[in-house]
Ligand binder design. Structure first.
Ligand code: G6P
Length: 588
């Protein structure tokens, strides 16, 4: 969940690190810090707060040195304090580390280190890594061997980057179940938790595998396996560009990403037909089919299940990723697991995928981040092609998922060239015009404590998604549910003026949803209709264009995303960095 960037270069690195750190801040934003080595002196500046605040307060930009690393934290062990911010140095200041993950056995390791005389300055699990590697380094005087020997004692998950005070020419790293990527530049080399950290400097990347360790110099990379033997791997080129990772003229990444959707629904639809067919064939032949994901991706999974059930008559179980292990006994050879994830690093998803693979299940994934753990560990992969998503709340990745899911289901149904992407793109552009109306809704309801979202059938996951977006960004309590469920409890909460969004496209469920809207109105609710057809039951009406039924969630998502975004701004939240959340949840 934390963001890491490290760099060894032939020029001072503080500016490069800060720029990269801001781009990975979405991974966690409780605290920030940086360490550099200059003239054989290890300097660490850090504190609790957002990167820009710590930069200003501690003067990180003026730190000297051609080797350095920086970190942005999402707290797990130890509260949000200056001392608990990374980097953490060993007691002799010989070694400094930054870490993303959780060290499960840190208490026993800490006891052993304290007994040996090590002095601890923080409450974090991470600090044990610095002391462990310091011990190994004193013994071996070899940064890479010391790193490998140190991390071998850890249980849990880690991506660590390590600096050695007397070796300003090198930096090491190691990973297990948390991403660590080498950026191969000209006269500069990077270790980072995300390609975005160094995208302006190089697009050549090497993704480390679990249990590997790496040593970089300004122009060299040495990767070793857990046995210490050299591993040869050529860099891959990533398709993302620097402009993808900036806000352009938008106030926030989230708004930029919402507005990119007329383009990204098209790029998502450009897929290798052979790969789509292999994916579809795996589904057709599956002995049993499971779909798993977390958060917004889970809602895309629900949409996939719906079409597979209804149109392809294929039974599929959708299980929230963190719960998949509870159903493990059903994951058997011949089954297929479809995993959906924007980041491809969500710990819950990866745990489920590994459990399934261990049981001989074929894993087919739909993922945005090429080279991510999910992409590399799956048997079949389709990429979302929607560019990096920086805003913590998923927006364009959701609509891209719906597009790719539809391509797969169409292929399962034998429709190999479904088309419709350009038409969908125009409809999304049209849907975006509702922003003014959404702002009126925000003025009317920004002070309401609760919001409800209801829908029926294929749209039901959209009710969940609308509520999730609003909670994440505005901090307003929101619930989404099938409209049929209202009368089984939630109607008791409806009072005069309660806003209820009814997502209700023309189609087989339209009349029943209108009846639910009437029931809501009769109990005083302010009904907000999202539909291609107006009705007098709606107090407010957001028109979305009529599209093919399989694409309705794409156009309906737009006003729901804008509502959450505008509400966040009106309530003076930061929509890109909602409190307590992180985009890439790499801990369980
Ligand atoms: C986090 C994000 C959500 C996202 C979920 C799953 O909770 O804040 O926006 O939907 O993770 O992420 P994934 O990368 O697996 O799609």
């Amino acid at each position: 969940m934390c963001g890491i960037i490290g760099c060894v270069a032939e020029e001072p690195v503080a500016g490069i690190l800060l720029e990269g750190l801001k781009r990975v801040e979405y991974r966690g934003y409780d605290s920030a810090g940086m360490a550099t080595i200059s003239g054989s002196r290890l300097a660490v500046r850090k504190g609790a707060g957002r990167v820009s605040a710590i930069e200003e307060a501690r003067g990180m930009s003026s730190m000297l040195g051609k080797v350095g690393m920086a970190h942005t934290r999402w707290a797990t062990h130890g509260s949000v304090t200056d001392e608990n911010a990374h980097p953490h140095a060993s007691c002799g200041e010989l070694v400094a580390v930054v870490h993303n993950g959780i060290v499960d056995n840190y208490i026993s390791l800490k006891k052993g280190l304290l007994a040996k005389g090590h002095k601890f300055r923080s409450e974090t699990d991470t600090e044990v890594i610095a002391h462990l590697i310091e011990d190994e380094y004193k013994r071996t005087r070899d940064p890479l061997r010391a790193t490998l020997a140190g991390v071998k004692k850890l249980r849990g998950q880690y991506a660590v980057v390590v600096m050695f005070q007397d070796r300003p020419d090198v930096m090491t790293g190691a990973r297990k179940d948390a991403p660590l990527i080498v950026g191969v530049g000209e006269g500069m080399m990077f270790l980072a938790s995300d390609v975005l950290a160094f995208i302006g400097h190089t697009d050549r990347t090497i993704f480390l595998d679990n249990y590997e360790a790496v040593e970089i110099t300004k122009d060299g990379v040495k990767i070793v396996g857990p046995d210490g033997k050299r591993v040869k791997r050529e860099p891959d080129q990533v398709a993302w560009e620097l402009s993808d990772a900036t806000k352009s003229d938008y106030a926030h990444y989230t708004l930029k990403e919402i507005n990119e959707q007329p383009r990204t629904v098209v790029s998502a639809s450009v897929q290798d037909a052979g790969k789509v067919e292999r994916f579809a064939r795996a589904i057709r032949k599956a002995k049993s089919l499971y779909i798993t994901a977390s958060g917004t991706s889970y809602h895309a999974g629900l949409l996939m299940k719906f079409r597979l059930n209804k149109e392809a008559r294929i039974r599929a179980d959708v299980v929230v990723a963190g719960e998949l292990k509870e159903h493990a006994e059903f994951l058997e050879k011949g089954s297929v697991l479809v995993a959906l994830s924007q980041s491809g690093e969500t710990a819950d998803v990866m745990e489920g995928v590994r459990e399934a693979k261990g049981r001989g299940v074929r894993v087919c994934s739909i993922v945005n981040a090429a080279g991510s753990s999910l992409a590399r560990e799956s048997d079949e992969v389709l990429l979302l092609n929607c560019g990096p998503e920086v805003g913590v709340a998923a927006t364009k990745s959701f609509t891209a998922q719906v597009v790719v899911v539809n391509l797969v289901v169409d292929a399962v149904l034998g429709k190999t060239r479904p088309g419709g992407a350009e038409e969908l793109s125009r409809a999304v552009a049209e849907a975006l015009k509702c922003d003014g109306l959404v702002q009126e809704l925000v003025s009317a309801y920004a002070d309401r404590p609760d919001f409800y979202f209801v829908a029926r059938g294929y749209e039901s996951p959209l009710a969940l998604e609308g509520a999730l977006k609003l909670k994440e960004l505005s901090y307003i309590h929101a619930e989404g549910m099938p409209a049929s469920e209202l009368k089984h409890g939630t109607l008791a909460l409806i009072e005069k003026g309660t806003p209820v969004v009814v997502i209700n496209p023309s189609g087989p469920n339209h009349a029943e949803s209108l009846a639910n809207a009437e029931e809501l109105r009769a109990r005083g609710a302010d009904v907000i209709g999202v539909s291609d057809v107006k009705d007098e039951v709606y107090k407010h009406f957001v028109r979305v264009p009529k599209v093919q039924p399989k694409f309705t969630p794409v156009v309906e998502a737009i006003p729901l995303q804008l509502l959450a975004y505008r509400m966040s701004v009106a309530r003076r939240n930061d929509p890109d960095y909602p409190r307590n959340l992180a985009k890439s949840v790499t801990v369980k």
